[in-house]
Write a protein of this length. Structure first.
Length: 227
């Protein structure tokens, strides 16, 4: 009887607890299922957005390949306005900038590279955009602006050789030959085996080193004449 009583009492306690907390349990289940359903909806929406961005990017790439730059601008704008945080928008900016440079539209290319430098995802795209923008500035004759862009990078990890080489090109344009040689040597040292154009860097270094040596010998000769 004692066991029966305990069982009965425990049952009554459970019923009482359910009466007091049943609504909270039901609400918890509703919220749990609601969140699960909402998360699946969100996942589906994200997948759909990625597919849309991918489609816009592919259409744009095909149009540029077919030399239909004006038509590609429409898809480019869609990517920037409707998918601004997508990597496709960033890659599209780099692609559009390259196409515009070949088309002689450098100022528009500058705008595209500035967009990629500010909004690029993933992060390495920002560094690529910065390096390319520095090259455009240098080609426009603004070596100081190009150098400022490189110096403004918070990091160049993974792109040390590229940054060092363009820095060398900038110093050549500024007539600072010794600094140019130093930069090219840094670029050569930063290159991984089998990556990059080592032969071109060697040629640049050899040509400039000869110039530095000639300048030094001329300076020594002038000094000797005065004595």
């Amino acid at each position: 009887m004692s066991d029966l009583y305990n069982t009965h009492e425990q049952g009554e306690r459970v019923k009482s607890w359910l009466r007091e907390n049943g609504s909270a349990i039901v609400m918890g289940l509703v919220l749990a299922f609601g969140l699960m359903f909402g998360f699946k909806q969100w996942q589906g929406w994200q997948t759909s957005k990625r597919q849309q961005a991918s489609a816009e990017y592919q259409v744009m790439a095909n149009l540029i390949k077919d030399n239909k730059l004006d038509a590609a601008v429409t898809n480019y704008q869609v990517l920037k306005t409707e998918h601004p945080k997508s990597a496709y928008a960033s890659m599209a900016a780099l692609m559009m900038a390259k196409a515009r440079i070949f088309a002689g539209q450098e100022e528009l290319a500058v705008s595209d590279l500035e967009y990629a430098m500010e909004h690029g995802q993933p992060q390495p795209i920002r560094l690529i955009a910065r390096e390319r923008l520095a090259r455009v500035k240098l080609s426009q004759g603004d070596a100081d602006a190009a150098l400022k862009l490189l110096e403004g990078a918070s990091s160049s990890v993974g792109f040390e050789a590229l940054f060092a080489e363009i820095r060398g090109d900038i110093f050549v344009a500024k007539g600072e030959t010794a600094k140019a040689v130093e930069s090219y040597q840094a670029a050569l040292g930063a290159l991984e085996e089998g990556v990059g154009n080592r032969d071109l860097l060697d040629i640049k270094i050899q040509a400039l080193s000869a110039s530095v040596e000639d300048a030094a010998s001329i300076a020594d000769g002038d000094g000797g004449g005065e004595m």
